[in-house]
Design a protein around this ligand. Structure first.
Ligand SMILES: Nc1ncnc2c1ncn2[C@@H]1O[C@H](COP(=O)(O)OP(=O)(O)OP(=O)(O)O)[C@@H](O)[C@H]1O
Ligand SMILES: [Mg+2]
Length: 255
């Protein structure tokens, strides 16, 4: 089967900084794939490149077998099958629109009657412990954690085949984190979507990802099936990352 995402030798510099220094990886369709690594290792930059928001200096990215194309039309087309959940959720919510408007846009893009969109939305909001009334608010009227969940709800509403989530659980209560992970897993299984999760939270990664890579200074330094990657890491750097999560080796509730 065609890979959901295939990245080959991705290179990108910001001045003196090699944000991506020759990253290659493939993400099979329908799997949950994790990207971990310390702050500044290039995770968000890689995500932005995959979304076509950031041009590479060198290298190639294929989404579902097709080379990534830049430009507005390509960006719009891509939004129908690949959806981001950004690290800063406020960035994906337009400050001047009520959340209802934001959700209605999804219906318009999908050519779905608004009633049907809102029926699906009600289920997603419930699963994310968001009150139905949240849709009548403006982004500045809700909390950071609520904004993150609203951004997640919107991404899910688009029914993408690939979802890339950058620190999706940051700033959420532990119980809501659990609800979110369950929701993501349910949707992934029922709709067979490919889920890419970027997180510092290795315990969460251990729970939901099948395969993962470890990034350091713009490179992938190791990767593989999460059980063996976290169970017997080859790199000292990975061992150091894992040292902050002492319970990880014992956790295994996937399946
Ligand atoms: N727009 C930009 N201009 C200049 N430098 C940038 C820009 N975006 C990222 N960088 C640099 O590229 C490197 C990788 O940044 P990136 O945001 O991808 O890291 P990250 O792994 O997502 O970190 P974090 O875990 O803190 O979110 C960092 O050194 C960062 O300072
Ligand atoms: Mg980041």
């Amino acid at each position: 089967m065609t890979d959901a995402i295939a990245i080959s030798n991705a290179q990108l510099r910001f001045g003196e900084t090699a944000a991506l220094d020759g990253v290659s990886l493939t993400i099979p369709q329908g799997t949950c794939f994790g990207i971990v690594g310390e702050s500044g290792s290039g995770k968000t930059t890689l995500m932005r490149a995959v979304l076509g928001l950031q041009k590479l200096d060198q290298g190639e990215i294929r989404i579902l077998g097709k080379p990534l194309v830049h430009g507005r039309a390509a960006l719009r087309e891509r939004a129908s099958f690949i959806q981001p959940i950004f690290q800063d959720p406020a960035a994906s919510l337009s400050p001047r629109s009520r959340i209802r408007t934001l959700m209605n846009e999804v219906g318009t893009v999908l050519r779905e009657p608004h009633a049907a969109t809102h029926e699906r939305l009600a289920v997603i909001l419930g699963r994310l412990s968001l009150p139905p009334g949240v849709i009548d608010k403006y982004p500045h009227e809700i909390s950071g954690g609520q904004a993150r969940r609203v951004a997640i709800a919107r991404a899910l509403l688009m029914k993408p085949s690939i979802l890339i989530a950058d620190e999706p659980t940051a700033g959420l209560d532990v119980s809501v984190q659990g609800d979110l992970l369950n929701l993501l897993q349910d949707i992934r299984r029922s709709q067979n979507i490919t889920l890419v999760v970027i997180s510092h939270n290795l315990a969460i990664m251990r729970l939901i990802a099948e395969n993962a890579v470890v990034m350091r200074a713009g490179n992938v330094i190791e990767g593989g099936e999460v059980g063996s990657l976290f169970g017997s890491p080859q790199e000292v750097y990975t061992r150091d990352l894992l040292a902050a999560w002492p319970s990880i080796r014992a956790v295994n509730t996937k399946g």
